[in-house]
Structure formats: structure tokens, C-alpha cells
Write a protein that binds this ligand. Sequence first.
Ligand code: 2AL
Length: 243
Amino acid sequence: MMLVRVINPNTTAAMTRSIEDSARAVAGPGTHVEAVNPAMGPASIESHYDEALSVPGILTEVARGENEGVDAYVIACFGDPGLDAARELAHGPVVGIAEAAMHAAGLLGRGFSVVTTLDRTKGRAWELAHRYGAPCRGVYACDIPVLDLDKDPSVLDRVVTLAESALRADDSDVLVLGCAGMADLAARASARLGVPVVDGVAAATLFAQSLVTMGLRTSTRTEYARPPVKNYTGLLRPWKIDR
Ligand code: 2AL
């Protein structure tokens, strides 16, 4: 049995459960998907500050997973927080949902548009699109806070309305959902928009599963080698790596 651990980097357990549902819905029969969230950190991630403070909790979950025989990890927040650091700790592959969604979207059309949550998260989405060399043509904010996504019954309508104008303005072929909390919208949004709609939770779960199936893992030849051992002071002492 392959064990894929999906880390919701925020501490909202209800969101972790819905992320787990989305990941389990696509995982193969030989894959056990378990979603977790850190015990400490922000309730949602919608700023650089939130993102930075989510990383120690993410790394704690990766360290725990390494002791529990986890084969691969998904970092289920669209800012891909702590992705590089997690790769330095984990034996198996680590896949971010923005990374997975943007790569998948590039396989499905010439260009894609992203719908994210708050306006202030657009910069990070662009930054990641550039990092991944992805054919992103536009990033749009629906102005719904992460923790309201599962409360407001108008979310689907608002995302679809925004996406329609985004696809037209960008002449895009594909829509990417810019938050793990939007995962359950993908099928309904695609039916209404008539284009592929990529949910990063599903994409990252299946990329992780595929890499493990192919026997592939993160290269340790250069920068993703285990980090050098050193002291960490103050509150960060527990994050000292043994060896
Ligand atoms: C996210 C996400 O995926 N999880 C979270 O807490 N914030 N993304 C976003 N664009 O706000």
C-alpha cells in the first residue's frame, strides 16, 4: 500500500477533511491518502505572513511522516508554502498544489487563467507561475476569504462568473482553481464553463502517486540534499535536525 500524506498547511480541521475527500476521490486503489493539518499555525493562509508562519508546522508534519513511512506528500495550499524545505526533509516526492495544477493546466491547453481568493494572493500565484514556467495568462480574485468558501452558497456562481470573464479576457483554454478550499467546485465549474477546470489537490495527489509508482523521488544530488546540521535557538530549537 502506498501512503500519500496530504498536508493542509492551515489549522482548520473542516478544510482538512474536505481536502482529504477530494484527494481520496482520485487516488488509486493501492494508495492510502491521509490528510493532516499542523497543530500550530494560521487558521487560513491568505498573506505572506500567514504563509511564513505555516512553514514550521508543515515541517513538523513532514518529520512525523518520515517516521511513519509516508511515501509522498502533497502541500495543499496554493502558495506552495515550505515546498523546498519539505523536499530537503522527505525521502519521497513532495508536490505542491499550485505546482501540480499549473503543470497539469499546461498539458491541457495553450494558456490558463487562475481564480484565487483574496486580491492580495494574486502576487504569489504569479510568482509561482513564473517559477514553474507555466503558461498563466491571468490571475483573478473572487474576493471570498478562504474560510468562507464552504459557508457561502453563492461561491460556485461567483467563481464561475469571474472565470467566464477571465477566460474571455485572457483567451484561455483552461481554468485553475487557486485555493485548496475550492477543490469541490472543479467538476461543477467545468460543466458550466465548458473548459477543463484543474483542482490542485487532485492533480498533486495523482502526480505524487505517479512519481512513487514510477520509482522516482526528489534528487539529493545538490540543493535538495539533507540540510546541514546546526543549532536553532529560542522557540525554533525543536526544529533542529538530528542528522
Ligand atoms: C489558500 C489555500 O489553498 N489554503 C489556504 O489556507 N489559503 N489559498 C489562497 N489563495 O488563499
